[in-house]
Design a protein around this ligand. Structure first.
Ligand code: HPA
Length: 289
Protein backbone atom coordinates (compact mmCIF):
# COMPACT_ATOMS: atom_id res chain seq x y z
CA UNK A 1 0.00 0.00 0.00
CA UNK A 2 1.28 3.45 -0.83
CA UNK A 3 2.47 5.47 2.15
CA UNK A 4 0.70 8.81 2.62
CA UNK A 5 3.17 11.47 1.53
CA UNK A 6 4.64 13.50 4.38
CA UNK A 7 4.90 17.25 3.81
CA UNK A 8 8.64 17.81 3.70
CA UNK A 9 10.07 20.59 5.85
CA UNK A 10 13.10 22.20 4.20
CA UNK A 11 16.32 22.20 6.17
CA UNK A 12 17.03 25.10 8.51
CA UNK A 13 19.23 26.99 6.04
CA UNK A 14 16.48 26.87 3.40
CA UNK A 15 13.82 27.96 5.88
CA UNK A 16 15.93 30.98 6.83
CA UNK A 17 16.33 31.93 3.16
CA UNK A 18 12.59 31.62 2.55
CA UNK A 19 11.78 33.85 5.54
CA UNK A 20 14.33 36.43 4.35
CA UNK A 21 12.85 36.38 0.87
CA UNK A 22 9.35 37.05 2.21
CA UNK A 23 10.60 39.93 4.39
CA UNK A 24 12.54 41.45 1.49
CA UNK A 25 9.35 41.49 -0.53
CA UNK A 26 7.94 43.85 2.10
CA UNK A 27 11.00 46.10 2.43
CA UNK A 28 14.51 46.46 1.05
CA UNK A 29 15.77 47.88 4.35
CA UNK A 30 19.04 46.23 5.40
CA UNK A 31 19.17 46.20 9.20
CA UNK A 32 22.53 46.58 10.95
CA UNK A 33 21.18 45.75 14.39
CA UNK A 34 18.65 43.24 15.66
CA UNK A 35 16.65 44.06 18.77
CA UNK A 36 14.59 41.64 20.82
CA UNK A 37 12.14 43.41 23.11
CA UNK A 38 11.24 41.52 26.26
CA UNK A 39 8.17 41.52 28.50
CA UNK A 40 6.77 45.00 28.95
CA UNK A 41 9.47 46.57 26.76
CA UNK A 42 7.71 46.42 23.38
CA UNK A 43 6.80 50.12 23.38
CA UNK A 44 10.24 51.01 22.10
CA UNK A 45 9.15 50.00 18.61
CA UNK A 46 6.50 52.78 18.70
CA UNK A 47 9.26 55.34 18.17
CA UNK A 48 10.51 53.78 14.94
CA UNK A 49 10.31 55.20 11.45
CA UNK A 50 8.81 51.98 10.17
CA UNK A 51 9.50 50.50 6.74
CA UNK A 52 7.55 47.28 7.30
CA UNK A 53 5.62 45.57 10.08
CA UNK A 54 5.17 41.86 9.57
CA UNK A 55 2.98 39.83 11.92
CA UNK A 56 4.87 36.64 12.71
CA UNK A 57 2.02 34.63 11.17
CA UNK A 58 2.89 36.11 7.75
CA UNK A 59 6.57 35.08 7.78
CA UNK A 60 7.36 31.58 6.54
CA UNK A 61 8.41 29.21 9.35
CA UNK A 62 8.01 31.78 12.13
CA UNK A 63 6.16 30.50 15.20
CA UNK A 64 3.38 32.65 16.71
CA UNK A 65 3.63 34.41 20.07
CA UNK A 66 1.05 33.39 22.68
CA UNK A 67 1.96 35.37 25.81
CA UNK A 68 0.16 38.48 27.02
CA UNK A 69 2.50 41.49 26.85
CA UNK A 70 4.42 39.96 23.93
CA UNK A 71 3.23 41.37 20.63
CA UNK A 72 3.93 39.10 17.73
CA UNK A 73 5.45 41.14 14.93
CA UNK A 74 8.74 41.83 13.25
CA UNK A 75 9.31 45.53 12.64
CA UNK A 76 11.90 46.87 10.23
CA UNK A 77 12.82 50.51 10.05
CA UNK A 78 15.01 53.19 11.52
CA UNK A 79 15.33 54.01 15.17
CA UNK A 80 17.21 57.25 15.67
CA UNK A 81 18.66 56.90 12.20
CA UNK A 82 19.93 53.36 12.69
CA UNK A 83 18.53 50.61 10.43
CA UNK A 84 17.09 47.96 12.75
CA UNK A 85 15.01 44.82 12.78
CA UNK A 86 12.95 44.53 15.94
CA UNK A 87 11.21 41.51 17.41
CA UNK A 88 8.20 42.85 19.14
CA UNK A 89 7.52 39.81 21.28
CA UNK A 90 9.61 36.68 21.37
CA UNK A 91 9.13 32.94 21.57
CA UNK A 92 9.68 30.94 24.73
CA UNK A 93 10.52 27.31 25.33
CA UNK A 94 7.64 27.09 27.85
CA UNK A 95 5.14 27.84 25.09
CA UNK A 96 5.93 24.43 23.67
CA UNK A 97 8.26 25.36 20.82
CA UNK A 98 11.57 23.65 20.30
CA UNK A 99 14.61 25.79 21.02
CA UNK A 100 15.36 25.75 17.30
CA UNK A 101 11.97 27.37 16.71
CA UNK A 102 12.38 29.96 19.48
CA UNK A 103 15.72 31.04 17.99
CA UNK A 104 14.74 30.94 14.31
CA UNK A 105 14.13 34.72 14.19
CA UNK A 106 17.70 35.38 15.32
CA UNK A 107 18.96 33.43 12.31
CA UNK A 108 16.66 35.45 10.09
CA UNK A 109 17.80 38.77 11.59
CA UNK A 110 21.39 37.84 10.87
CA UNK A 111 20.58 36.68 7.34
CA UNK A 112 18.87 40.05 6.76
CA UNK A 113 22.21 41.73 7.53
CA UNK A 114 22.23 42.39 11.30
CA UNK A 115 25.76 42.04 12.70
CA UNK A 116 24.80 42.92 16.28
CA UNK A 117 22.02 41.66 18.53
CA UNK A 118 20.64 43.66 21.44
CA UNK A 119 18.57 41.30 23.52
CA UNK A 120 16.42 42.50 26.39
CA UNK A 121 14.30 40.73 28.98
CA UNK A 122 12.51 41.11 32.26
CA UNK A 123 14.18 39.08 34.99
CA UNK A 124 13.86 38.32 38.67
CA UNK A 125 16.69 39.88 40.68
CA UNK A 126 18.44 37.41 42.99
CA UNK A 127 20.35 40.12 44.84
CA UNK A 128 18.57 41.56 47.88
CA UNK A 129 20.14 45.00 47.40
CA UNK A 130 18.80 45.40 43.85
CA UNK A 131 15.60 47.27 43.14
CA UNK A 132 12.74 46.83 40.71
CA UNK A 133 13.53 48.92 37.62
CA UNK A 134 17.31 48.46 37.89
CA UNK A 135 19.03 47.20 34.76
CA UNK A 136 21.54 44.40 34.61
CA UNK A 137 24.09 44.15 31.85
CA UNK A 138 24.44 40.41 31.26
CA UNK A 139 28.13 39.51 31.50
CA UNK A 140 27.62 35.75 31.47
CA UNK A 141 24.87 33.15 31.64
CA UNK A 142 24.00 29.77 33.09
CA UNK A 143 22.11 27.57 30.65
CA UNK A 144 20.37 25.19 33.04
CA UNK A 145 18.08 23.52 30.45
CA UNK A 146 21.18 23.22 28.22
CA UNK A 147 22.94 21.25 30.91
CA UNK A 148 19.95 18.90 30.97
CA UNK A 149 20.00 18.37 27.18
CA UNK A 150 17.74 21.16 25.90
CA UNK A 151 20.07 23.16 23.68
CA UNK A 152 19.27 25.21 20.55
CA UNK A 153 22.24 23.75 18.65
CA UNK A 154 21.41 20.12 19.40
CA UNK A 155 21.22 18.09 16.21
CA UNK A 156 23.16 18.14 12.96
CA UNK A 157 25.30 21.25 12.50
CA UNK A 158 25.15 23.22 9.26
CA UNK A 159 28.61 24.79 8.82
CA UNK A 160 27.02 27.55 6.70
CA UNK A 161 25.41 28.77 9.93
CA UNK A 162 28.33 28.36 12.33
CA UNK A 163 30.79 25.92 13.91
CA UNK A 164 29.84 22.62 15.57
CA UNK A 165 31.35 23.62 18.91
CA UNK A 166 31.08 27.39 19.34
CA UNK A 167 32.88 28.99 22.29
CA UNK A 168 30.75 30.79 24.88
CA UNK A 169 33.53 32.33 26.98
CA UNK A 170 33.03 35.67 25.24
CA UNK A 171 29.31 35.50 24.51
CA UNK A 172 28.60 39.04 25.73
CA UNK A 173 30.60 41.77 24.02
CA UNK A 174 32.69 43.68 26.58
CA UNK A 175 32.92 46.86 24.49
CA UNK A 176 29.17 47.07 23.95
CA UNK A 177 28.64 46.39 27.64
CA UNK A 178 30.97 49.23 28.64
CA UNK A 179 29.14 51.55 26.25
CA UNK A 180 25.78 50.54 27.76
CA UNK A 181 27.11 51.33 31.24
CA UNK A 182 28.41 54.74 30.20
CA UNK A 183 25.11 55.68 28.55
CA UNK A 184 23.01 54.37 31.46
CA UNK A 185 25.01 56.61 33.80
CA UNK A 186 24.27 59.63 31.56
CA UNK A 187 20.53 58.92 31.82
CA UNK A 188 20.57 58.14 35.53
CA UNK A 189 19.60 54.46 35.16
CA UNK A 190 21.02 52.10 37.76
CA UNK A 191 22.87 49.35 35.89
CA UNK A 192 24.65 46.37 37.42
CA UNK A 193 26.81 43.68 35.86
CA UNK A 194 25.54 40.17 36.44
CA UNK A 195 25.02 36.55 35.50
CA UNK A 196 21.66 35.53 34.00
CA UNK A 197 20.31 32.06 34.75
CA UNK A 198 17.95 30.60 32.15
CA UNK A 199 15.17 28.34 33.41
CA UNK A 200 12.52 26.71 31.24
CA UNK A 201 9.54 28.02 33.25
CA UNK A 202 6.63 28.64 33.11
CA UNK A 203 6.28 28.29 36.87
CA UNK A 204 8.24 30.80 38.91
CA UNK A 205 10.92 29.39 41.20
CA UNK A 206 10.49 27.90 44.65
CA UNK A 207 12.46 29.51 47.50
CA UNK A 208 14.79 26.49 47.47
CA UNK A 209 15.41 26.93 43.75
CA UNK A 210 16.15 30.62 44.25
CA UNK A 211 18.63 29.75 47.01
CA UNK A 212 20.26 27.23 44.65
CA UNK A 213 20.56 29.85 41.89
CA UNK A 214 22.17 32.29 44.33
CA UNK A 215 24.68 29.61 45.32
CA UNK A 216 25.42 28.93 41.66
CA UNK A 217 26.50 32.54 41.22
CA UNK A 218 23.45 33.79 39.30
CA UNK A 219 22.32 37.40 39.81
CA UNK A 220 19.08 37.29 37.82
CA UNK A 221 16.71 34.59 36.61
CA UNK A 222 14.44 34.43 33.60
CA UNK A 223 12.83 32.25 30.95
CA UNK A 224 14.38 33.53 27.73
CA UNK A 225 17.43 35.12 26.11
CA UNK A 226 20.09 32.42 26.55
CA UNK A 227 19.04 30.26 23.56
CA UNK A 228 18.87 33.41 21.40
CA UNK A 229 22.33 34.50 22.52
CA UNK A 230 23.80 31.06 21.83
CA UNK A 231 22.40 31.08 18.30
CA UNK A 232 23.57 34.64 17.68
CA UNK A 233 27.08 33.71 18.80
CA UNK A 234 26.97 30.54 16.73
CA UNK A 235 26.43 32.80 13.73
CA UNK A 236 29.15 35.25 14.85
CA UNK A 237 26.95 38.20 15.87
CA UNK A 238 28.05 40.64 18.57
CA UNK A 239 25.71 40.52 21.54
CA UNK A 240 24.58 42.97 24.17
CA UNK A 241 22.19 41.53 26.76
CA UNK A 242 20.17 43.74 29.11
CA UNK A 243 17.87 42.52 31.87
CA UNK A 244 15.30 44.79 33.42
CA UNK A 245 14.84 43.70 37.03
CA UNK A 246 11.05 43.38 37.17
CA UNK A 247 10.77 41.77 40.60
CA UNK A 248 12.99 40.81 43.48
CA UNK A 249 13.36 37.02 43.41
CA UNK A 250 15.08 36.29 46.71
CA UNK A 251 13.96 33.23 48.72
CA UNK A 252 12.02 35.37 51.26
CA UNK A 253 10.45 37.79 48.73
CA UNK A 254 6.69 37.75 48.02
CA UNK A 255 5.62 35.49 45.12
CA UNK A 256 6.40 36.81 41.60
CA UNK A 257 3.58 37.42 39.14
CA UNK A 258 3.37 38.31 35.46
CA UNK A 259 1.47 41.60 36.07
CA UNK A 260 4.30 43.11 38.12
CA UNK A 261 6.75 42.03 35.41
CA UNK A 262 4.78 44.01 32.80
CA UNK A 263 4.27 46.99 35.16
CA UNK A 264 8.02 47.30 35.80
CA UNK A 265 8.63 47.61 32.05
CA UNK A 266 5.98 50.30 31.81
CA UNK A 267 7.57 52.27 34.69
CA UNK A 268 11.04 52.52 33.17
CA UNK A 269 9.84 52.91 29.58
CA UNK A 270 11.10 56.50 29.03
CA UNK A 271 14.61 55.88 30.35
CA UNK A 272 14.88 52.48 28.74
CA UNK A 273 13.84 53.92 25.39
CA UNK A 274 16.35 56.75 25.82
CA UNK A 275 19.12 54.26 26.60
CA UNK A 276 18.48 52.09 23.54
CA UNK A 277 18.23 55.13 21.27
CA UNK A 278 21.55 56.49 22.54
CA UNK A 279 23.13 53.10 22.06
CA UNK A 280 21.89 52.89 18.48
CA UNK A 281 23.02 56.42 17.72
CA UNK A 282 26.49 55.57 19.00
CA UNK A 283 26.58 52.24 17.17
CA UNK A 284 25.55 53.70 13.84
CA UNK A 285 28.25 56.35 14.24
CA UNK A 286 30.98 53.77 14.92
CA UNK A 287 30.11 50.64 12.93
CA UNK A 288 29.71 50.05 9.21
CA UNK A 289 26.33 49.12 7.72
N1 HPA B 1 11.65 34.23 37.58
C1 HPA B 1 11.74 33.76 36.32
N2 HPA B 1 11.51 34.50 35.26
C2 HPA B 1 11.20 35.80 35.44
C3 HPA B 1 11.09 36.36 36.71
C4 HPA B 1 11.33 35.53 37.85
O1 HPA B 1 11.26 35.96 39.01
N3 HPA B 1 10.76 37.67 36.55
C5 HPA B 1 10.69 37.87 35.22
N4 HPA B 1 10.94 36.74 34.54
Amino acid sequence: MAQPSQPTVPELYERIQQAVLAIRQATDLRPAIGLILGSGLSALADDMATSATLPYSTIPFFPHSTVEGHRGELVLGHLDGCPVVVMRGRFHFYEGYTLEQTTFPVRVMQALGAHTLIVTNAAGGLRPDWRVGDLMRIVDHINLPGMAGHHPLRGPNDPRLGPRFPAMTDAYDAELGALAHALAAEIGLRMHDGVYAFLAGPSFETPAELRLLQHLGADAVGMSTVPEVIVARHGGMRVLGLSMISNIATPDAPPANHEEVLAAGEAIKPQFTALIKRLLRRLSATTPG
